[in-house]
Design a protein around this ligand. Structure first.
Ligand code: ATP
Length: 439
């Protein structure tokens, strides 16, 4: 884990928020490489769930919502953690993570449990009173529920169909640490999939498989991924069933690092029944039922919700792809990220940076590829060092322009994983890489 933390900061994936002021607890900034990786994760999710399916629409709701939404959803009354404090080391812990009634850190005595609401509050307008109180959304889901009929009417969709959304959510988390794993400001990738009651269990199973397969498709190793159905007693107030897709992180999120302690939620797939739509009907007084024109049936849909975290996925993709290996007696660190996710797709180097003709060709090639990919030009070290730098951030292909390139109009393309080198005609590089990226 220390290696990932160091890599994130050193190479510009993730920085502590407001670092020059000592930081802000569990709030993080994404640097030049982090922002690319995060965008690619969201893009991959959107492609798989919206473009490649014929039963999905997308939307982007505002972070701020009428506070009545959070009354209806149950967040005002039940979005709470039960907390205990250690009387010895003052550590604050979630009661659910404490199994033996003593502090897992120091063995100290714990206080009585108490409730703590996780929503961040703010006020809209110039007067700070109860009527102007509002919340930063703790989940993106409610923005979809309150727009359910708008989307049905605008898109003329028939059930079953889903709405996908990616966006920020905020929670005043208590147990923090482990980089971005549990942040106070984070992003969610959520789907609310609306189905006819009675077909919900079948769709619930389908979505578990679909989402599990997505992480494997984008490179998470099978041995580090598992499904964990919730026991009845852990189910959220709105859920009939829930299965977590868990990843075996290189740290514990539950106090102590054990084999089981390191398995933590990456995404939850819940059967939310008609709870949310019913609640919004009750509080808003609006009819949110779905009407099937063909069968003349009218009903409140059931909802299956695959809800994943962007930041947690980014962390899992980083942790899962980082490895160190020995190559010809030297250590090489490599991020074997899926090519669709890598922050930089191609790096271009001139073999000799003091030869203007080589530099010129290398820069021309870089410029030429910019319309296709995020490309990096680098001439600040020896070729060996430049390769190592790109391996460490996962760049799949490095192009080197050398003296021969000037006469034979060919360059060397080196593959991150096999380290094999191909000699490719400058005129054919784009085509060569397009083929490689579609493999
Ligand atoms: P946990 O119990 O681990 O805090 P949760 O069950 O409260 O998670 P959900 O409400 O199901 O999480 O949220 C859906 C997804 O959003 C989670 O699977 C996770 O990937 C992400 N997520 C939730 N809270 C956070 C957070 N504080 N920081 C980063 N990601 C989060």
């Amino acid at each position: 884990m220390e290696k990932i933390v160091s890599l994130c900061k050193r190479r510009g994936f993730i920085f502590q928020s407001s670092g020059i002021y000592g930081g802000l607890g569990s709030v993080w900034d994404y640097g030049p490489l982090g922002v690319e990786l995060k965008r690619n994760v969201k893009e991959a999710w959107w492609r798989s769930n919206v473009y490649e399916r014929d039963d999905m629409e997308g939307m982007d709701a505002a972070i701020l919502m009428n506070s009545a939404v959070w009354m209806a959803s149950g967040h005002v009354t039940s979005f709470e953690d039960t907390l205990v404090d250690c009387r010895n080391c003052n550590k604050r812990l979630k009661a659910e993570n404490v199994s033996r009634k003593v502090c897992p850190e120091c063995g100290g005595e714990l206080t009585e449990a108490r409730q703590f609401n996780l929503m961040l509050k703010t006020h809209l307008g110039p007067i700070e009173d109860e009527t102007s109180l509002t919340y930063l959304r703790p989940e993106t889901a409610q923005g979809i529920f309150v727009n359910f009929l708008n989307v049905v009417n605008a898109s003329r969709r028939k059930l079953p169909f889903g709405i996908a959304q990616v966006g920020k959510a905020f929670r005043n988390e208590v147990t923090t640490g482990n980089l971005t794993f549990r942040s106070r400001e984070f992003e969610q990738m959520e789907i609310e999939y609306f189905v006819k009651p009675g077909t919900d269990e079948e769709w619930y199973e389908k979505w578990i498989e679909e989402r599990f397969g997505w992480y494997l498709k984008f490179g998470i190793r099978k041995e580090n991924l598992r499904k964990r159905p919730h026991e009845k007693k852990e189910l959220a107030h709105y859920a009939k069933a829930c299965t977590d897709i868990e990843y075996k992180f290189p740290f514990s999120t539950k106090g102590r690092s054990t084999d089981d302690g390191n398995w933590s939620e990456l995404e939850g797939i819940a059967n939310r029944t008609d709870f949310d739509l019913k609640q919004h009907m009750r509080l808003s007084g609006k009819d949110l039922q779905y009407f099937n024109e063909e069968t003349k049936e009218r009903y409140i849909p059931y909802v299956i919700e695959p809800s994943g975290g962007v930041d947690r996925s980014v962390l899992a993709f980083l942790a899962d792809s980082y490895r160190e290996e020995e190559v010809k007696g030297e250590k090489r660190a490599v991020l074997s990220l899926n090519k669709k996710l890598t922050p930089i797709k191609v790096a271009v180097f001139p073999l000799l940076r003091n030869r203007p003709d080589i530099v010129k060709l290398a820069k021309e090639i870089t410029g030429d590829m910019r319309s296709h990919w995020r490309v990096m030009y680098d001439d600040t070290a020896s070729i060996g060092r430049l390769y190592r730098r790109q391996d460490e951030i996962g760049t799949p292909y490095c192009i080197t322009v050398d003296v021969d390139s000037l006469s034979d109009k060919k360059v060397t393309v080196r593959d991150r994983d096999t380290m094999k080198q191909d000699r490719v005609a400058v005129a054919k590089i784009k085509e060569y890489l397009i083929n490689k990226f579609s493999e």
